[in-house]
Design a protein around this ligand. Sequence first.
Ligand code: F6R
Length: 248
Amino acid sequence: IHNVIFESSNKASNVVAHEIAALIRKKQTQGLPCVLGLATGSSPIKVYEELVRMHKEEGLSFSNVVTFNLDEYYPMDKNNIQSYYYFMHVHLFNHVDILSENIHIPNGKIPVDELYQFCIDYEMKIKSYGGLDFQLLGIGRTGHIGFNEPGSHLNSATRSITLDYITRADAASSFLSLDNVPRKAITMGIGTIKSAKRIVLLAWGNNKAQIIKQAIEGKITSNIPATYLQEHDNTTFVLDYEASTELT
Ligand code: F6R
């Protein structure tokens, strides 16, 4: 893992957005799709904002971009404003020229008896595009990446998972109360994430400082799934100053 520390999350987000834009353009000149794994939550918002700006002001086209989102609550209707489907459309997809058929987000309304096959198909779909060129991540206070909570296996694939209490508590404010937060989610696995050719994890603010220290400096353990990234050879943790303060 490399880590880079910026004075502000704004500055950091711009640098990450520019890396993604450069990759999209490079793939365009090669006549290839650019396959992006995307995250939701507060961490990537400014990255998406800058990508939208580059689309509007600098002609950055998303016509060759294929996206796979990390996760979705389960059950969750895509029209619900708390859905990750809704989040992605509001923050990115509605404002750029991505083809709707190139957008993939786990289906929070898939019937239980079709869930297993849905997850297998999600993996196959990623592989059919040659894998993820770039995976954007946040990190939860449990050390989750995607919704791979503590206990997740190194080789796990897309599947349903039970959310940890801390994860649900952190989401409670956007759901108005803890009781409204879904108990489950569909998430790409650690294996799915680790197969990406490039991984960038974003963490901002004081409340991430402790888990960032454990993720970067701690020993690799399923108790802190983000530690699995230590074994990936092209991962960068992009931090603001506050998130870096516990690092030795
Ligand atoms: C979201 C996701 C989660 C978040 C993490 C941090 O798609 O996969 O792992 O990245 O919970 O959330 P924020 O950015 O809101 O602190």
